[in-house]
Design a protein around this ligand. Structure first.
Ligand code: ATP
Ligand code: MG
Length: 244
């Protein structure tokens, strides 16, 4: 199953993606975390591991991928560029994966320099990779995304089975979640809404499938750039995800 985690900037996508991955691993599953956020460097820190190398480099680098994409536009075929045939977790080159127990973490690619160009090549690679990735029953993929809904525009969701929409207690976040549900419905993807950083009062104001309270130990671990602690409450959303 491929699970994509999305939501407004700062709502807790990376934290929740990491907690879901850890919980699945605790349940004996093999997990691949795919970081598709080109701007934030963070999710590997939530596992207390080193930063993985950009997977983009495996494909010759961002410029090479951009050229392939431009050529396909220029030749007017309008055909999608297929970057991968079928690929399995074990076939991902080791150099681009960092492991933590049953969890493997990889990053599609980051913006590193001033003026290096837009992130479209990363979006294309993320989409192609996720669609080509074949899993067996005990394998799960957790995709961490960039803030907002650009990844819908890029079609990254196409290769995923379920979308976890993170909503934090703010009007803007609730509005964005409504939009995510609308977009997911349009492409026929299941959505599970997780309200994050709630307390007893705010939880009552947000309609969600599962709730993760604001937890000081998460907040401090993030502040210190350390591995996330185990959090029992994440079990509820994982139960919902694996039940279907
Ligand atoms: N359940 C929680 N309890 C306490 N703090 C939390 C919780 N979830 C997230 N946070 C806080 O919110 C911050 C942002 O979380 P996170 O980096 O996961 O958000 P994000 O949605 O991935 O952000 P971005 O859009 O920048 O990628 C964390 O650094 C942490 O301080
Ligand atoms: Mg993030």
């Amino acid at each position: 199953m491929k699970i994509l985690v999305c939501g407004k900037g700062g709502c807790g996508k990376s934290v929740v993606a990491a907690l879901i991955a850890k919980e699945l691993a605790n349940r004996g599953k093999r997990v691949l975390v795919v970081d598709t956020d080109e701007s934030n460097f963070g999710i590997y820190r939530n596992f207390g591991v080193e930063q993985p190398k950009d997977f983009m480099e495996y494909l010759g680098g961002k410029d090479a991928v951009r050229e392939v994409l431009i050529k396909s536009i220029q030749n007017g075929s309008g055909e999608r560029v297929r970057m991968f045939k079928k690929i399995t977790i074990d076939e991902i080159p080791e150099d681009y994966v960092v492991s933590k127990g049953n969890i493997k973490i990889m990053a599609i690619g980051k913006i590193h320099d001033f003026g290096e160009g837009c992130a479209c090549p990363m979006g294309a690679v993320a989409r192609e990779f996720l669609e080509a990735l074949k899993l067996n029953e005990d394998e799960y993929v957790v995709v961490d995304t960039d803030a907002g809904i650009e990844h819908f525009g890029r079609g990254v969701e196409a290769g995923c089975d379920v979308i976890v929409a993170i909503v934090e207690p703010s009007y803007e976040s609730i509005q964005l979640t409504n939009k995510i549900v609308e977009l997911a419905n349009k492409i026929g993807k299941r959505v599970v809404i997780l309200a994050n950083k709630v307390d007893d009062e705010t939880a009552k104001l947000i309609k969600a499938d599962a709730y993760l309270p604001f937890k000081r130990e998460i907040y401090i671990a993030c502040l210190e750039g350390k591995e996330l602690p185990e959090v029992d409450e994440i079990g509820d959303v994982v139960d919902i995800l694996v039940a279907n």
